[in-house]
Design a protein around this ligand. Structure first.
Ligand SMILES: [Zn+2]
Ligand SMILES: [Zn+2]
Length: 387
């Protein structure tokens, strides 16, 4: 029996509910299912905080910069990129390692500072991406929806706002995680306030550093978080467009060294699409995976444990794929276009004849520079006109 859905809301209703959703992400009048079945459309009211996040970067015009503020932004970018990749992705989305319930809550708090909504919303969308990679159901496939929609557009669409708790029951059974997911502005607001407070403390206790409260807010929160958003989004957009495909997966995921640097190891996206359950995305030592190194260090403290390795069968498959790729690369390098093949047979012989002939010929040696224009002995510079 098909479910009867409520009619779509009027524009005013939609705007009011979008305002409420700023503070309560689970506010879905008419039901989350109905929202998910709406066509893709940008909800501008709901996206105002996201627009403010970007506009806040312009605050640098008034605050200026200091080394302290800039290094804070850089440090927080990588600390929180680790939270996106090591926590939201490799823990909540794929459960590639274990921790205690309290540890899980602390990880969710750390993840909340990334301003990429709650861990459960993130994990729901990411698992959905793996089930539907690059097919029409994939919310952020660049091949289906285009580059900009996959990079930024999809998170502005009403149908992608609600969390489908029915698909993440293993996480939704923890009320503390559901609370953080529902009120997903609480941690980012506290994080921004902390930076503002830290800036005020620096003004008082270390004025020589030249940082102040507004500068720390602009650099530490607005600029760092905006960069973090776009760095993360590169995996949705670029990692299905740019790089090499080791495994012939059913999607178009790719491995990219550049994206691995920007996203602390997530650039080995084709590896990850082939085998999602391992803690590491870089399968070899030269596939740099700082997230995995960080998780390994955390495991030594006992805070997390049970990191999952890449199975031998997958490594053997990788070795076979690399071997076949090197053979076809060699064949491509030696391959000649059919139309040019007779020429290719003739050219080496012609070149050999030319070299042999030149060696035997009594050709003048190449003179240095201007000597070419000097008179050759025995020749008359201006011969008299012949009669
Ligand atoms: Zn992907
Ligand atoms: Zn994944």
């Amino acid at each position: 029996m098909s479910e009867v859905l409520a009619p779509p809301p009027r524009p005013l209703q939609r705007a009011v509910s979008a305002l409420i959703q700023w503070f309560d992400s689970d506010h879905t009048p008419g039901g989350a299912d109905r929202m998910r079945q709406e066509p893709d459309r940008v909800d501008w009211v709901r996206c105002i905080p996201f627009i403010v996040l970007h506009a806040g970067c312009l605050g640098v015009i008034w605050t200026g910069a200091s080394a302290t503020a800039v290094w804070t932004a850089v440090g927080l970018y990588f600390l929180r990129m680790f939270a996106v990749t090591g926590i939201y992705h490799r823990y909540f989305s794929h459960k590639t390692y274990s921790t205690s319930r309290a540890g899980q809550f602390l990880l969710a708090l750390w993840g909340g500072t990334t301003v990429q909504r709650g861990a459960l919303w993130w994990a729901y969308h990411h698992r959905h991406h793996h089930r539907h990679s690059d097919d029409p159901e994939d919310a952020h496939s660049p091949h289906v929806h285009g580059f900009w929609w996959s990079h930024i557009g999809w998170i502005t669409s009403r149908r992608n706002f609600p969390t489908d708790y029915s698909t993440i029951r293993d996480l939704a059974k923890y009320p503390e995680l559901v609370w953080l997911n529902r009120f997903d502005t609480v941690v980012p607001a506290l994080f921004a306030l902390s930076l503002f407070g830290a800036g005020a403390a620096l003004e008082t206790w270390a004025p020589g550093l030249g940082a102040d409260r507004w500068q720390m807010l602009v650099w530490g929160f607005f600029i760092s978080t905006t960069a973090l958003f776009h760095g993360t989004s590169c995996i949705n957009s670029m990692a299905h467009l740019m790089g090499r495909r080791r495994f012939k997966t059913s999607d178009d995921s790719r491995n990219s060294f550049i994206l691995a640097i920007i996203c602390l190891g997530e650039g080995w996206h084709n590896n990850h699409h082939r085998y999602q359950s391992s803690t590491r995305n870089g399968f070899y030592w030269w596939e740099i995976d700082p997230t995995y190194y960080g998780l390994k260090v955390l495991s030594w403290t006992g805070f997390i444990w049970g990191l999952k390795p890449v199975p031998r069968s997958i490594m053997e498959e990788a070795a076979r794929a690399d071997h076949e790729a090197s053979i076809s690369a060699a064949q491509r390098a030696s391959a000649v276009h059919p139309e040019l093949s007779p020429l290719a047979k003739v050219m080496p012989a012609a070149a050999a004849i030319a070299v042999a002939t030149a060696a035997q010929a009594d050709l003048p040696k190449k003179a240095d520079g201007p000597a070419l224009h000097q008179n050759v002995p025995g020749q008359v510079e201006n011969p008299p006109p012949s009669a």
